[in-house]
Design a binder for this molecule. Structure first.
Ligand SMILES: CC(=O)[C@@H](O)[C@H](O)COP(=O)(O)O
Ligand SMILES: NCC(=O)COP(=O)(O)O
Length: 237
């Protein structure tokens, strides 16, 4: 079975836009768990434009499902994760000013560095995952870092699938087959959505977990709008 971990960055974006506590990030995380999601994902960025470091600490007290923290292992991020001790840390090589994650790790050139930080997290009992593209040489090198899992970076698949190019899933299938052979767990994420998730899942063997945020929150708005507009109209009668 593939677990759904909901990325709540966008809830924090909305909250921060007004400076108060609406929507309440902790309550939303608990509600998402109560609705059946099997995990909560956050990606605190160094500028704290959405998830704040304090959110990561507060969520540790309330999240009862799998808690996944994503980010680039710079010192402040490593200190935070080692303090909070989530279920899983997902290492993402994103630049400080990146609008969103836009590349996977070069696991060949960063092998020694990744080995070192992965060992540090694992020594504290934190499962590790590496955000990665589908190049098979990168998957082989990922296995040598000692990581527990990889997270396949699905942006390319999602954009090609939207154009009708279903064959774009093939490199992901091949990467997953090799990763499984090498003993790695398999996660996936970025731009997965209600439109593409079933096809992706059906084509990726041994898919442990997907983390979905941007599309899921946008879809929640669309699917909830009719209900909320009619509730307002009812109150205005
Ligand atoms: C690693 C990944 O693909 C997601 O964490 C994505 O980066 C979400 O981050 P933003 O919400 O900042 O775009
Ligand atoms: N790891 C991917 C993630 O957490 C969510 O990415 P997105 O759905 O916001 O693109």
């Amino acid at each position: 079975m593939t677990k759904l971990s909901v990325n709540i960055n966008k809830i924090a974006t909305l909250r921060n836009s007004r400076g108060g506590n609406v929507p309440n990030l902790l309550k939303v995380a608990t509600d998402i768990e109560n609705f059946g999601a099997e995990g909560i994902t956050i990606h605190p960025r160094p500028d704290e434009r959405h998830i704040r470091y304090q959110d990561a600490r507060d969520l540790k007290k309330t999240v009862t499902t799998e808690y996944n923290i994503e980010g680039n292992p710079i010192k402040s991020f490593m200190d935070l994760v080692l303090e909070v001790k989530p279920t899983q840390v997902t290492l993402v090589p994103d630049a400080v000013d990146a609008i969103t994650s836009n590349a996977g790790w070069d696991t060949i050139n960063n092998q020694a560095f990744l080995q070192e930080v992965i060992a540090e997290f694992q020594n504290k009992g934190i499962r590790t995952s590496i955000f990665i593209d589908t190049d098979l040489k990168l998957i082989e090198a990922a296995a040598k870092t000692g990581t527990d899992r990889i997270e396949l970076y699905t942006e390319q698949f999602a954009s090609e699938y939207e154009k009708g190019n279903k064959v774009a899933v093939k490199p992901y299938t091949e990467a997953a087959i090799l990763a499984h052979k090498l003993g790695l767990g398999i996660n996936a994420g970025h731009d997965l959505s209600l439109d593409n998730i079933k096809f992706f899942k059906d084509n990726i063997p041994n898919l442990d977990e997907v983390s979905i945020g941007h599309a899921l929150i946008a879809e929640s708005l669309y699917l909830g709008l009719e209900n909320v507009v009619s509730m307002y109209l009812h109150r205005l009668k």
